[in-house]
Design a protein around this ligand. Structure first.
Ligand SMILES: [Zn+2]
Ligand SMILES: [Zn+2]
Length: 541
């Protein structure tokens, strides 16, 4: 029997053994083991006693930087990306849904809301016509300058002229993802799809899974067709929930075009923050994508204005001195060409308050002449004056409320605005540079947008966000797979909000007050069929 050896001696032997192995095998893993053994051995002896005649015990393999033995899972209440504090999202269950609500009661809620809205719209229309019918007919350009005395309210507006000439199927806006941060069960991350079926289509943001959502919404054949006539992808900023889906869309589009016999598919215009270009360049090392990149700042309002002012001179210069300003001229021209194909006048980016290089966008359709819309009229003298303005879609990206967004969204037909947090979470909204529901609604009201569609909800509201009395009569809530036909659905969209609120119960009632995680959970929330469009005028500030 050999006397037991000291721990120090045992570890010295281990080091010698492992070092020897490292020399022979030249293996990284074994060298790491030697280093680990050396570290452990310098301590006060975790080694077991061994006899000197037996070979040293095999040294545990330790990969530097990876802890294979202790893996602490993140506590459930902190798993949401947005939940940096300990607020747990409410447990979702079937009881969250109001199963007692009969279908006929649901229909009645929608019908009542729509009747109220129609009456408000008719009243607004009558007022507008009474005050300026003559000017509208004769001098449409004079209207914006004279229509400012009243402070903006959230009350219903008359149907915009831009919508009156549209027919069902002309323009459709689809929501492929309406959640923030990370994909969840009911809401995928941001993805908005604008389709002008006769001309082309474009994406406004494309988070992870956007291609999959496109297939779910339109079916494989429908998604194929739409990818083939895709004209542009516009990305607001380089947070993963807004741009990670772009490479898949580009690669799938390219593959489909090649499969259909187009040998060299035309590059797709991708407008985004400069950082997106680096991401796409890196991705292209792995998979061909086929795109032209244009930075968001190259399609800002001032660039469009300068291009319009200097159109002739720039074109002449570009011909004579191709190297002067070639890139910028080319970038704007690429976007202009894509717009032309889609029947759009402009796609304008505006900086907003979120992370670096964050933008909002305005997509503006071309004005149409009246004879295309109203066929019965045949007065040649009025043709020039009878131009119907094009619709205008504005998307906020992620942002705090800001002047540049309000300016961009002025008189928009549709403002799609992020509303990450409920109204009680102002602090979180400021900290993370997002908007609350109230912020989003207020921006829509101040910009006199005809419809404000809320989206980008924190995943703590998996089914419906918390809506209170701050929601105006012109506001709607987006859901994944929601399709909005401009002519058919846009006017009546807000009438669906009371029905949605009636379907989903107040989690505070269901879970006894502690459910919905808010900083002021004991504050009274207005759920259920709300007092909208009726007696109470919603507060604006
Ligand atoms: Zn986001
Ligand atoms: Zn963001």
């Amino acid at each position: 029997m050999f006397p037991p050896r000291s721990a120090k001696a045992a570890w010295t032997q281990r080091i010698a053994w492992a070092t020897d192995r490292a020399k022979v095998a030249d293996d990284n893993w074994v060298r790491a083991a030697a280093a680990a053994a050396a570290n452990n051995g310098s301590g006060d002896g975790a080694g077991t006693t061994t006899s000197s005649s037996s070979p040293p015990p095999p040294t545990p393999i330790v990969h530097p930087g990876v802890n294979n033995t202790k893996y602490v899972l993140m506590p459930v209440d902190k798993q949401r990306v947005d939940a940096t504090d300990a607020r747990a999202p409410p447990a979702m269950s079937g009881s969250y849904i109001n199963y007692d609500l009969a279908p006929h009661a649901l229909k009645k809620i929608v019908a009542d809301a729509e009747a109220t809205r129609s009456a408000a719209a008719a009243k607004a229309e009558a007022e507008a016509e009474a005050s300026s019918a003559l000017e509208l007919e004769l001098e449409p350009e004079a209207k914006p300058a004279e229509a400012k005395p009243k402070p903006p309210t959230g009350a219903e507006l008359p149907t915009p002229r831009a919508l009156r000439g549209l027919r069902e199927g002309d323009v459709e806006l689809s929501f492929l993802g309406t959640g923030s941060s990370a994909p969840a069960k009911y809401r995928n991350v941001s993805g908005i799809f604008l389709d002008v079926p006769s001309r082309g289509c474009m994406f406004l943001d494309a988070g992870e899974g956007t291609f999959g959502q496109l297939n779910r919404l339109y079916g494989a054949a429908g998604a194929d067709a739409r990818l083939r006539r895709l004209k542009m992808i516009w990305i607001s900023h380089v947070h993963a929930d807004h741009h990670v889906g772009v490479p898949t869309l580009l690669a799938e589009r390219r593959a489909r075009m090649i499969a259909s016999g187009i040998e060299n598919p035309p590059p797709l215009v991708v407008v985004g923050p400069p950082a997106l270009r680096r991401y796409l360049l890196a991705y292209e090392q792995v998979q061909p994508l086929c795109y032209h990149f244009v930075a968001c700042h190259e399609v800002r309002e001032d660039r469009w204005a300068a291009a319009a002012a200097n159109a002739d001179a720039d074109a002449a210069d570009a011909r004579r001195f191709p190297s002067l300003g070639f890139y910028e001229e080319r970038s704007l021209n690429l976007v202009r060409a894509a717009c032309e194909e889609m029947g759009l006048a402009r796609v304008v980016s505006a900086p907003v308050v979120h992370c670096a290089q964050s933008y909002a966008v305005s997509v503006e359709a071309k004005p149409r002449e009246k004879e295309l819309v109203v066929e019965s009229e045949n007065a040649p003298a009025e043709k020039a004056a009878d131009v119907v303005p094009g619709w205008k879609l504005v998307y906020s990206g992620d942002t705090r409320p800001c002047e540049s967004l309000t300016r961009l969204a002025t008189d928009a037909t549709v403002l799609v605005h992020e509303a990450t947090f409920e109204n009680d979470m102002d602090e979180d909204a400021i900290k993370k540079r997002h908007s609350t529901t109230r912020d989003a609604v207020r921006t829509g009201v101040e910009a006199r947008a005809y419809r404000t569609i809320l989206t980008h909800f924190s995943q703590r509201y998996p089914k419906i966000p918390v809506l209170d009395e701050s929601v105006s009569e012109r506001t709607a809530v987006a859901f994944d797979m929601m399709r909005v036909d401009f002519a058919r659905d846009l006017p009546r969209l807000p009438s669906l909000v009371p029905a949605v609120q009636a379907v989903f119960l107040d989690p505070e009632e269901v879970f006894g007050g502690g459910g919905n995680n808010t900083a002021a959970a004991n504050k009274k929330k207005k759920w259920g069929p709300p007092p909208r469009g009726g007696s109470k005028s919603p507060p604006r500030r």
